[in-house]
Every structure is written in C-alpha cells, then in structure tokens.
Design a protein around this ligand. Structure first.
Ligand SMILES: [Ca+2]
Ligand SMILES: [Ca+2]
Ligand SMILES: [Ca+2]
Length: 333
C-alpha cells in the first residue's frame, strides 16, 4: 500500500512538460510551475499579455504608458540610459536585452532626480526593460542568464506595493581596472522598503563574491521565497539562507537616519510582486562615454556595432499549492 501511494504521488507531481527547480530536481518542495508568470522565451514573439515592454515606439517616439494603469508614471530608465522598446530580440530560445550606444535616440528632455546617485540627463545609451504584468506572492523564482559584459547593470528584480525585491544587479565589466575584478563577480541582492523613510533603502542586503565572472557564461539564479524567509541558490547550490527574523534583525541594526522604530519589521517581502528584467547604467559604478567604452568588455568579434547583450534563457516561477491558491485570490485578472 505504501509503495502504491508513493508511486501515485510521484505520478501526480511529475509533469513531463514542466521543468522543476534546478536545486530541487526530485521536487521535494512539491513545486507547481506557474505558467502565468514564467516564460521560456522559446517563441517567435514576446507575449505582451505577460510582459510590458517599456518604451515601445509609436509614431517615431518611445511610449511610456503602463498597459494596466495608463495614469501611472512609468520610469524611463536610470539616466543616462533610457529604456527603449526596440532593444531586444528573441534568438535560439533566449530573450536578449540590448544595451546600445545610440546618441541619435529621441531621448527624454527630463533630467530625473534619482533617489540614489547623481542627477544626469538621458543621453547616448539605450537599454531594455520588461515588466511582468501579472503578480504573485511567494514561491521559487529562477532565471538562467548571462549578464552583459559591460559597464551596465543586468538586473532581475521585482516591485510590489511599497516593496522592492532585487534578486540581482550584476555588472559584468568595469572600465576601471581597479574595480573590475570586484564588480565582475559581485552578487548584490536586497529587500527594500519604499514605505518607510529613508525610502528605498535596504531592510536586508548582501554584496558577495560568487566566485565567477557573471558575464562569462550562463548561470542559474534561484530564490526560494516564503513568509519564513529567503533561500538563495546559485547553480543549484545553496548560497544564502536568510530567515525573516535575520532580515528583521538586520534592519534594526543597520537602518538609521532616521532610526526605524523598535517594532519595525524589516522583513517587508510579504506582498505580491511583478518581475522586472532590465539593464541600467549605475552612475556610481561608471558611465561608458563612448561606443568603445560600452563594448570594452566584449570579446573582439562582438565589438564595433555598439550593442552589448544580456541573455536570458528563461524565467521560471513555481509555487506550492497553497501559495498558488493565495496568489490566485489576490492576483490581477
Ligand atoms: Ca529558453
Ligand atoms: Ca572577480
Ligand atoms: Ca557588440
């Protein structure tokens, strides 16, 4: 009888058409692939019911209108780079986000005041941004990707109500030889609170060397996220294990000016999120000032066109039965 039940439960859970988390090939977590928010990027076109492509062109101008909330102010990118809806392609089952040296782009005249870093105009460089249109809360989020080998951040992150949850912001190359070895293998991930001053500062963050150059090859980044905390996996191996209590403690110890109240709960990753995949120039890291500088980290055969690639094989989200039920209750249609 026991044998029969074990066999039955394996059959019920195994699904030949859906992959399993790389760190859990036996599916001990009973993960169910969430088709609504995952994307294998194996088709010929982007499913725009799934993704908002920021800065799509209409009448020769990039448009910044959110399809689900036309009155919402849409961020145009981290200046000097601006999001362009032209900066992607689908190739060999991958989504390729392009950062381009494009001085002739019809850049916005706004000079944004960022929360962090200097105020600089939009100029010279365009990047891509995909925002998931459907939300979910808790689960196992995995991306197989290769960062751009350039002085531009390749990002995989998310936003929820008052929450920013950054899975990674990878800089594959720095034009400063003294910083390059540090930056090209640095994982920076954070939970940020946009509801409490100082807005957008981390309530938990880690900056750690992953031991390889993030732009050299594809790697699998997995984040198991629940109300109890976060387990971070790289290429199937546990890299970081942070309980909700750890995040709570970190916030109380590190959040000052103003100091957060004693009863502040730093584990703010407790609301539904929308996924973001994008490239951003981080002015505090460095700004490429020419086509040559943008492509300085590229292999010689890929230099000269003024384009660098951030490659994404897939984005997958799994949830437990209970998490899926909860997400379905709160999700947008
Ligand atoms: Ca794929
Ligand atoms: Ca390094
Ligand atoms: Ca190139």
């Amino acid at each position: 009888m026991t044998v029969f039940l074990v066999g039955f439960s394996v059959l019920a859970q195994a699904d030949v058409t859906h992959p399993l988390p790389y760190s859990d090939p036996a599916n001990e977590g009973a993960w169910i692939y969430n088709e609504r928010v995952s994307d294998e990027f194996d088709g010929d076109t982007i499913d725009e019911d799934r993704w908002f492509i920021v800065g799509k062109f209409e009448d020769g101008r990039p448009q910044y209108i959110h399809p689900d909330n036309p009155n919402k102010k849409v961020w145009k990118g981290r200046a000097p780079s601006q999001f362009s809806g032209r900066n992607y392609r689908l190739e060999d089952g991958k989504l390729i986000l392009e950062t381009r040296w494009e001085p002739d782009f019809p850049f916005s005249e706004d000079v944004p005041k960022p929360h962090f870093g200097p105020s600089v105009p939009y100029e010279n460089i365009t990047t891509a941004c995909f925002i998931g249109r459907r939300e979910f809360k808790y689960g196992y989020v995995e991306i197989k990707s290769k960062a751009a080998p350039a002085e531009v951040a390749s990002g995989f992150w998310s936003m929820g109500d008052g929450l920013e949850f950054d899975f990674y912001e990878l800089v594959g190359h720095s034009n400063d030889p003294e910083k390059n070895d540090y930056l090209d293998s640095l994982l920076w991930w954070s939970i940020r609170d946009w509801k409490v001053k100082p807005y957008g500062k981390p309530t938990y963050t880690e900056k750690r060397d992953v031991g390889f150059n993030v732009a050299d090859d594809f790697h699998i980044w997995g984040v198991e996220w629940s109300e109890d905390g976060i387990k971070y996996f790289i290429d199937g191996k546990l890299f970081s294990d942070v309980s909700a209590e750890d995040a709570h403690r970190w916030a109380l110890e590190n959040r000052s000016m103003p100091q957060v109240p004693e009863d502040y709960d730093g584990y703010v990753a407790t609301v539904p999120i929308h996924l973001w995949i994008d490239n951003e120039i981080f002015p505090w890291v460095g700004i490429p000032t020419s086509k040559e500088e943008l492509e300085a980290g590229s292999p010689p055969e890929l230099r000269g066109d003024g384009v660098v690639d951030y490659e994404i094989e897939y984005v997958r989200v799994w949830q437990t039965h209970e998490q899926m039920k909860q997400s379905a209750i709160t999700a947008n249609p």
